[in-house]
Design a protein around this ligand. Structure first.
Ligand SMILES: C[S@@+](CC[C@H](N)C(=O)[O-])C[C@H]1O[C@@H](n2cnc3c(N)ncnc32)[C@H](O)[C@@H]1O
Length: 207
């Protein structure tokens, strides 16, 4: 029977088995702090971050194949070895695939806000996701969230308050960790349209 599997793009991760967690070595052969860009869109954030921080590893997660292909092409043209791309559903990736205690920062930037009340249950930031996120973050690891959607922002704040396992950190651009934090393609678009951007930063406690 003819196989329907497609070959991996350069730098793409296609898991051998979607029913067990990846090991850190399957993600990157070089050990370094891991940052995840969940729902990375055109990947511009991950591409810039990976260039700026060669001593960190970046995993860009995106469900659309066309976008995955373009990011892989750009990463390979730039010679980036510390950026890999995973084509997969965001929630599944965090709940079932990422190794426990492996992620130093998870960036969720302008995710789909699912504005209709009947679709709110599709929003990523809610209890089950947060429990899974806590497991994959290292102690002291961070969750960074940005949205232009005020209602989703309030929702996320409430879910995080109910969850009550993360500490809130200021989004202080003077802080070394945030002094280089590129605007994503969606952020550029929303800011150009004059929309406000809301952001929050949470930390998984160390003890
Ligand atoms: C609004 S865009 C934001 C993209 C990027 N983070 C930015 O700020 O420019 C949301 C992205 O998440 C992807 N996406 C939406 N739902 C997803 C899911 N369940 N799993 C993986 N990717 C998803 C979409 O294909 C899209 O590229």
């Amino acid at each position: 029977m003819k196989s329907t599997l497609r070959p991996a793009e350069p730098g793409e991760i296609i898991p051998e088995d979607y029913f067990r967690r990846l090991t850190p070595a399957e993600l990157f052969t070089t050990e370094a702090p891991l940052e995840v860009d969940l729902g990375c869109g055109n990947g511009s954030f991950s591409l810039e971050m990976a260039q700026q921080f060669p001593d960190r590893n970046f995993l860009a997660v995106e469900r659309l194949l066309g976008r995955v292909r373009k990011i892989c092409k750009r990463a390979s043209e730039t010679g980036l070895k510390n950026l890999r791309v995973l084509r997969l559903e965001a929630r599944y990736t965090v709940e079932w695939l990422l190794p426990h205690a492996s992620v130093s920062r998870l960036h969720l930037l302008f995710p789909d806000p699912w504005p209709k009340a009947k679709h709110h249950r599709r929003r990523l930031v809610q209890r089950d996701f947060l429990h899974a996120l806590r497991k994959v973050l290292v102690p002291g690891g961070e969750f960074l969230f940005k949205t232009d959607h005020e209602d989703y922002f309030e929702w996320a704040r409430e879910e995080l308050a109910l969850f009550d396992h993360f500490e809130s950190l200021p989004w202080d651009e003077q802080n070394d960790e945030l002094s280089f934090y590129p605007e994503t393609a969606f952020e550029e678009q929303w800011r150009a349209e004059g929309r406000a951007v809301h952001q929050l930063r949470m930390r998984n406690p160390t003890a």
